[in-house]
Every structure is written in C-alpha cells, then in structure tokens.
Design a protein around this ligand. Structure first.
Ligand code: PLP
Length: 387
C-alpha cells in the first residue's frame, strides 16, 4: 500500500536535517541555558543561533523573537498579552475565519468585558476590508488577522491590512502559522507588531513555536516565573526543539521560492484533474491568492468523512476540516463564514502538500479520486437533490 501524505497543514514530517541538528541536545549538550557554567553556556549559544535563524526567515531582529511551546501559545500570548498590557477592556478585532487558537481567545476576552468585532469574508474567503475599517473607527485597540488561512490557503493582503490597522493607531498581530516557510515574509517591510509561527507546520517537531514582537510593542507575558526569554516567557528552554525550529527555518529560507513553484505546479495539476473528472465539485477559496501547497474542494452531496475513509484504504491522507476540528462532524466555521452551501461544506476536502510530495503521488491520487467520488455519489441519499 502507498503512503501518500497530503495533510501538511495539519502537521509535517520532521526533516531529517532537523532531526540531525537536534540529536546532540538530548544527551551531549544538555545543560540548562540559564546556568553560568560551561554546560549552560554551550546550549545558550545554540539557542541564540536558532533565534537568528528564525529571525532571518521573517526579516526580524533576533532580539524580537521569543520561543514558545506552539502556535497556540504564541497566539494566546499576543492577544491576551496585548489586552493586559493595554489595560481596561479594549476593543479586539479579528476575523471570522481565524484558527480557534485566536478566535476562542478573543471570544474568551469578550466574555470578560472586551468589545469584540469579528470581520467577515466574502464567498471566496477574502477579508472585508470595509468592515475592518469601520470596526477600527470604533476605538479598536488590538487587531489579530491571520496571514493565510489554514483550511482554504487564502492569503490575506496583510501589508494593506497592517497599514490600515497602524494608521488607526492599533496593535496588529498576525497568526502566520500556515504562511511561514511558504510565503516570503519580511516584517521589516510589513508593519505587523506581532507574528505567530509554529514548528510542526514547517518540518520542525510539534511542541515548539515562536512569537515575533516588534521592539517597543507592549505585551505582557502569559507564563510568569523565571527570567527566560528576557522575561517574556518563563520556563526552562526546550533546547533540542528550539535548535530544530532554527534549522527548519534555515531550510525553509533556502528553498522557499523553488519549493513554492514546485508545490504550485503539483497542487494545480491535482486541482485541474479533480475539477475535470469529478461531477459537482467546486473550489473553496480565492484561486489567485492562495498558499501554493493548499487545495480545498467541495464535493456536493457526499460526506467528506466517507471520502477520507476511502482515501485511507488507499494510503492517502487528507483532511475534511482544520486539523483541530477534524474528528468532530461540526461543519467548518471557515467555509460557513464564506457562505459555502451546506451541500458542499460536508463534502469539503483539504489537500495540503509539502516538499516531500512527488508528481507520482499526484498521479496516484488522480487515478483513484474520480472512482471514489462516483461510487459515493451512487450510494448518496442526497445525490438526486440538486439544491
Ligand atoms: N494557527 C493556525 C492558523 C493553525 O493552523 C494552527 C494549527 O493547526 C495553529 C494556529 C496552532 O498551532 P499549534 O498546533 O502549534 O498550536
């Protein structure tokens, strides 16, 4: 049986070079970086090297990078930390299509007295910039808008958004978890104040992330304790994972453009093949402004879970929603916010590629998908209903 992994927006394989970079930090260089002795000093210098590697991928200064345990922690820190540093109960602005790691934080803050605006998107998943401007006219203080959507791959015009937000005098955070390592990002040119990233989406392990905080941005720490990460994030540093994240960022930077072109070619071939051969299928999301690795399609009248099970029998892994919501049959909040018809939402499948995918894997998927879809349509109780 084949082993075809098309679920890289959920998580990625740790790159062999990353594993290699991490290994010495388990039983050779295992000192506590805060210690004064040589054991500590040895590991500290590798953390600083990793900080430089992360910074360089996104155009930041190393001193503006703080290591965390994951993208979720970075998002929590950005939004909660900025609200706490602001004081009072400021107006928080986000979008309806954010990952739960932002959306539920904002809703939690709203339940504690902050005003909250969730800006909508159009049918192709594009942010309503008029609504964003209107919301900022009402004393907004903290804005959190993602760089690219993890379910559809739709990329927001983040430079334009950040300009609008900064003109209104607000703090701008962006959840760039799906975008880092896939798109060129340069925070020296894009005026975001904070940016979240996560290791396991770019071939580093799960359990490590980082937050970029522009110099001068007021944000309180989430974890209180020791003085690690210059007082911004207490807890003894996870040295092997931080080293792994640094190496993964270095690899991503080396291959960014060439990989984006290769992934786009494979993704476009998969998309064209599916749209040509399957009945009643639509593309979810803006076809132009999309991450090169992501394809989200809605198969009308069939259940995404049934497709995934048949894929699984063939060794193909994809996803029927965002990683964190799959496993529940709740329809995707992203597709609902886009107004995707109910008949397609339930049959929506996300394919997300990585640099480890091959053209042969695309051929293999295209060989089987039409048969699977035809078979499921034959047994679907809804297939006659063309609503
Ligand atoms: N933000 C987005 C857009 C994501 O896709 C994810 C994970 O799927 C996260 C945040 C959470 O990252 P982590 O799994 O590192 O907590």
């Amino acid at each position: 049986m084949r082993n075809v992994y098309f679920d890289n927006n959920a998580t990625t394989m740790v790159a062999p070079e990353v594993v290699e970079a991490m290994l010495p930090f388990f039983n050779e260089l295992w000192g506590n970086p805060s210690s004064i002795h040589t054991f500590g000093g040895q590991t500290k210098k590798h953390i600083e090297r990793a900080r430089g590697q992360v910074a360089s991928l996104i155009g930041a200064e190393p001193s503006e990078i703080f290591f965390t345990s994951c993208g979720t922690e970075s998002n929590n820190m950005a939004v909660r930390g900025a609200v706490e540093a602001h004081g009072g109960r400021p107006h928080v602005v986000t979008s309806r299509v954010e990952h739960p790691a932002v959306l539920s934080v904002c809703r939690h803050l709203a339940s504690h007295g902050c005003a909250l605006t969730e800006v909508g998107v159009d049918s192709e998943g594009r942010l309503d910039l008029g609504e964003l401007r209107d919301s900022l006219a009402r004393d907004a203080a903290i804005v959190s808008i993602m760089w690219a959507n993890n379910e559809t791959g739709v990329v927001f015009p983040i430079e334009q958004i950040a300009d609008i937000v900064k003109e209104a005098g607000c703090i701008m955070h962006t959840d760039a978890v799906p975008a880092v390592g896939k798109l060129p990002i340069d925070v020296s040119k894009t005026p975001v104040d904070m940016l979240s990233l996560s290791g396991h989406k770019l071939h580093a392990p799960k359990g490590v992330g980082a937050i970029y905080i522009r110099k001068g941005t007021r944000v309180n720490p989430l974890l209180l304790g020791g003085h690690q990460e210059r007082g911004k994030r207490a807890g003894t540093e996870n040295v092997p994972y931080i080293v792994g994240l640094g190496r993964a960022c270095e690899l991503a930077a080396e291959h960014l453009e060439e990989q984006a072109l290769r992934l786009k070619a494979m993704r476009d071939r998969l998309e064209a093949g599916i749209l040509e051969t399957c009945p009643d299928v639509t593309l979810n999301g803006d076809s132009q402004h999309r991450l090169a690795n992501t394809l989200n399609v809605g198969f009308k009248h069939i259940e995404g879970e049934s497709i995934l099970l048949m894929f699984d029998d063939l060794g193909i892994a994809a996803s029927s929603g965002s990683a964190c919501t799959s496993g529940s049959l709740e329809p995707s909040h992203v597709l609902r916010a886009m107004g995707v018809p109910f008949t397609s939402v339930h049959g929506s499948i996300r394919f997300s590629l990585s640099r480890y995918n091959t053209d042969e894997e695309i051929d293999y998927a295209l060989e089987h998908i039409p048969r699977i879809v035809t078979r499921l349509l034959e047994i679907s109780p809804f297939a006659g209903d063309r609503s």
